[in-house]
Design a binder for this molecule. Structure first.
Ligand SMILES: N[C@@H](CCC(=O)N[C@@H](CS)C(=O)NCC(=O)O)C(=O)O
Length: 213
């Protein structure tokens, strides 16, 4: 039994996308971050770092989205849908997954936190994190400039790690992403995947759930 502890945030959606790509059955345990459920004893026993996502795969509990995706690829991906079997491509997929955890993840996370803060925004922070996001989009653009469809070549955990974060920035029209045509085209390719669309809708919006019952 696979159980995903998640919320309606980019890091949680990385995992629901991967589970959908792999066609695995899983239970969703929605964690209410606003209500600070991540600080409750039961959740801290799963992840002392009080963050979603957490995956419980038949008693094996894993936190950190990159580690979870690697686990899913290693244990549940006989057809190489998210983790290539060719050693060089596999390492490229892992490399791009790590690149996200050190790049787009923390920088966009902090940029979002600065922008969400009530009142006057800290201009220096906006410049630091916004500038780094612009630089990172330039790096992605350079990588995609050889015509590859996805970061590692075939679609992989490297793309899944980036997509939910950058999709938000694209939808908000952040100039550092809308100016990068190749990055936008890559995101559009990912967005078209039915598994990505299903994964992005997890956990279900309680309001939508109420309307459909
Ligand atoms: N590096 C972690 C980041 C996870 C993370 O930041 N999760 C956020 C939601 S997207 C969270 O649970 N925040 C709650 C908190 O920090 O208390 C990962 O990739 O899994």
């Amino acid at each position: 039994m696979i159980r995903l502890h998640t919320a309606r945030t980019p890091n949680g959606r990385k995992i629901s996308i991967a589970l959908e790509e792999l066609g695995l059955a899983y239970e969703v345990a929605a964690v209410d971050l606003q209500a600070e459920e991540q600080f409750e004893e039961g959740f801290l026993a799963l992840n002392p770092n009080h963050k979603i996502p957490v995956l419980d795969d038949d008693g094996l509990v894993i936190w950190e989205s990159g580690a979870i995706l690697l686990h899913l690829g290693e244990r549940h991906d006989p057809e190489s849908r998210i983790l290539p079997s060719d050693p060089a491509l596999r390492m490229a997929a892992i490399q791009y997954a790590f690149f996200q955890t050190g790049g787009v993840g923390p920088n966009l996370g902090r940029l979002g936190a600065v922008l969400r803060k009530q009142g006057e925004k800290n201009a220096e922070m906006l410049e630091i994190f916004g500038g780094e996001m612009a630089r990172l989009m330039g790096v992605l653009d350079r990588i995609l400039s050889d015509g590859r469809a996805y970061l590692a070549g075939p679609y992989s955990i490297g793309d899944i790690m980036h997509y939910p974060w950058l999709a938000i920035a694209k939808n908000l029209g952040a100039p550092w992403i809308t100016e990068q045509a190749r990055v936008l085209a890559w995101l559009d390719r990912i967005a078209e995947r039915p598994a990505v669309q299903r994964g992005m809708a997890v956990p279900e919006d309680p309001e939508t759930a109420q309307r459909s019952t």
